[in-house]
Design a protein around this ligand. Structure first.
Ligand code: ZN
Length: 282
């Protein structure tokens, strides 16, 4: 049987919505609806950022809680992942919703330059976020934006701050950080297998690199990420209509690479996550 691939949909991100990105869901109800469509198209993990009413990035646990509740009710078993990412948020705010116990949360294990800013993840913050995730039983998705972050993750696991098996995501194609190069991805996977043989992995390609990175992941046995956070275009000629449209494209791609989209229960098994919390009554 073909090997399952977990499709993560990154629905929103932290970059302000512009006139040319109307499909990006911003309010909790838009986010829940967009996630449900993506779930039905084959996504089993949703990566969530929330926005204030003025659409700036928010750390408000109430907003995270609303999206979490809606997704658990409408997408049975889907794995819910909160972003602890830095864009537009104070460091002290970034872990403040982890007590809501999403299944997973993102954890960048080092600092890196982005195109116009430093994405700051000082050692103490990384330790604090990792410890909070451990205490709240939230599985980190380790975000590797630059090579050292992979080795930092291994060091955190050795210090007992990350529970094994770890799940790692390589983020490729952000200017100033890891470029989208297949041989670099192959090297990173090779190193990961040396360092943490039980780890699972995925990669995200940003912007025009999204589709090629999806293809490499499926060919190399990894998991995949898509969604409007990473890329708003379907192809050179037009914008993506929805998160679901991007998910459907990856789901179709699976078949051509001898893979198939993992269902939510299967994705939980692969990531060694417990079964979903029972949704609250509607
Ligand atoms: Zn994100």
């Amino acid at each position: 049987m073909s090997q399952p691939a977990i499709i993560t949909v990154a629905i929103t991100g932290a970059i302000p919505r512009k006139a040319d990105t109307p499909a990006v869901p911003v309010t909790p109800s838009e986010q829940i609806e967009s996630t449900q469509e993506a779930f039905e198209a084959g996504a089993s993990v949703v990566h969530i950022h929330v926005r204030n009413p003025d659409e700036s990035p928010s750390s408000d646990p109430a907003l995270f809680g609303r999206v979490q509740e809606g997704v658990s009710n409408h997408c049975p078993g889907m794995i819910i992942q909160f972003s602890t990412g830095g864009r537009g948020r104070e460091q002290s705010e970034r872990g403040k919703m982890l007590y809501l116990k999403p299944d997973m949360a993102s954890l960048a294990t080092g600092s890196v330059n982005f195109p116009k800013q430093i994405y700051e993840n000082p050692p103490q913050l990384v330790d604090d976020l990792a410890s909070t995730m451990l205490a709240c039983d939230v599985k980190p998705e380790i975000e590797v934006f630059d090579v050292a972050m992979l080795y930092n993750a291994k060091a955190l696991a050795d210090r007992g701050l990350l529970k094994r098996p770890c799940h790692v995501q390589f983020v490729m194609g952000i200017p100033n950080a890891l470029p989208a190069r297949r041989k670099l991805l192959e090297f990173l996977i090779d190193e990961l297998k040396d360092l943490m043989p039980d780890a699972t992995w995925a990669a995200a390609g940003i912007g025009r690199h999204q589709l090629e990175v999806n293809e490499w992941c499926l060919e190399l046995g990894g998991h995949v990420r898509t969604g409007l956070e990473d890329n708003i275009k379907f192809d050179k000629a037009r914008l993506a209509r929805s998160n679901a449209e991007l998910v459907a494209r990856v789901a179709d791609l699976c078949a051509t690479k001898g893979r198939r989209p993992a269902g939510p229960a299967e994705a939980r098994q692969i990531l060694q996550l417990p079964p979903a919390r029972k949704p609250t009554a509607k």
